[in-house]
Ligand binder design. Structure first.
Ligand code: PLP
Length: 390
């Protein structure tokens, strides 16, 4: 018996509300509805914001690429997994993002961890860099960073605090980086990118932006908020797993930074390339995103409607201004109970609890989706009204 196994058991026993994986039954439209235990639920928790996961063009392109290239890449892109279709897709992506180059990687989580690890490489930089990160940046941006840099987390979206920190270290010659998201995943609010860019320039800081929750939905051509101002952002990271419907991630940057990542980023070097089916879905998504203007404005309208409802009913939605609308309830137990009540009414609103969010900031995170019909939104608001006084 390995004695330290007991620590894992103790951890689980101490956790009053352990997380569990719940099955989703086979269905036809998981972005707006799911079927669980034979019941249909309106899904307000999906990140497949445009419903592209079931789009016929993504499915057919995915099948086509599988037939042509098989179901696996067989190795890392640097060994023999760099299917020639990558080049075309990455060129298209770079063009849409208004950047000289793009690089496709595995999951967004893997991209953030391994790209930041490559950027903060002490042997390359000569010393540990100073990293200024928004407090609410995704865990994949912080997990590795805290061990390999001098990390300073500024208060969420508080540029006065960021400025203060930058000024405090203004005489330091250490390389500086700023990490932000364009739309924060658990808050649904936006970063003030224009002023962050000014601060980054003023302090000679490299700006790294995670655009995961805006790509597909925002920006002039639907390629995210960063695409419209990309020349002022040193590196943009985005995912294919949310608004673009499938899986994987990209980095958009200069040609030389792309070359650097190919030589240094362990998530690219030591991990198998995406499957051809996945690349097929990505290539189709890039093609159709510009055509989805109606869907985008529809989601924005629905989001405004729901946010107005929150406002009128005095429900705490934090600083949300987008399609991600958290109902911040506070207490984890109460949040779980309300989520269960919503489920009784046929609404799937999944709880987000510490450590994903701060203690006393537990919430139900609602995401509006192009596939939701007016009656789905009505059902949500009706259930919220009942459970608000619950
Ligand atoms: C802001 C942000 N970045 C990165 C990721 C990770 O992306 P992926 O799901 O593709 O691993 C997420 C996922 O939730 C996210 O919210």
């Amino acid at each position: 018996m390995i004695t330290h196994k007991k620590f894992y058991q103790t951890y689980l026993q101490k956790n009053s509300y352990p997380r569990e994986l719940k099955n989703i039954d086979l269905d036809t439209d998981p972005s707006a509805y799911i079927y669980r235990d034979g019941r249909k639920l309106i899904n307000f928790s999906s990140n497949d914001y445009l419903g592209l996961a079931r789009h016929p063009l993504l499915i057919s392109r995915s099948n086509e690429f599988s037939k042509q290239w098989g179901v696996g890449a067989s190795s890392s892109r640097l060994v023999c997994g760099n299917l020639s279709i990558y080049e075309k897709i990455e060129n298209q992506l770079a063009e849409k993002l208004n950047k000289p180059a793009a690089l496709i990687l595995g999951a967004g989580y893997q991209a953030n961890i391994s790209v930041l690890e490559a950027l903060f490489d002490t042997q390359v930089l000569g010393e540990k860099p100073l990293v200024f990160s928004d407090k609410n940046c995704h865990t994949s941006m912080i997990g590795m960073t805290k061990y390999i840099s001098h990390l300073y987390r500024f208060k969420h979206n508080d540029l006065a605090h960021l400025k203060l920190l930058l000024e405090k270290y203004s005489t330091s010659t250490k390389p500086k980086f700023i990490l932000v998201e364009s739309i924060y995943s658990m808050d649904g609010d936006q970063a003030d990118l224009k002023n962050i860019i000014l601060l980054a320039r003023e302090h000679n800081a490299f700006l790294y932006l995670d655009d995961a929750h805006s790509v597909g939905l925002y920006g002039n051509n639907g390629f995210g908020l960063a695409a419209d101002i990309s020349e002022d952002i040193d590196m943009i990271m985005g995912t294919f797993s949310k608004g673009l419907g499938s899986y994987g991630s990209y980095i958009a940057c200069s040609e030389s930074m792309r070359d650097y990542l190919i030589n240094k980023c362990r998530g690219l070097i030591y991990s198998t390339g995406l499957s051809p089916a996945n690349l097929g879905a990505i290539s189709a998504a890039i093609e159709i995103i510009p055509q989805l203007q109606k869907e985008r404005s529809d989601i924005i309208k629905k989001s405004e409607h729901v946010r107005n409802f929150f406002y009128e009913n005095n429900m705490d939605m934090g600083t949300s201004t987008t399609h991600i609308i958290p109902w911040i309830i506070g207490d984890a137990k109460k949040t779980l109970l309300i989520s269960q009540q919503l489920e009784q009414d046929g609404i799937l609103g999944v709880t987000i609890r510490p450590p994903t969010v701060q203690i006393k900031k537990s919430r139900i995170r609602f995401c509006l989706n192009a596939r939701h019909r007016d009656e789905d939104i009505k059902a949500l608001l009706k259930s919220l009204l009942i459970n608000w006084t619950f």
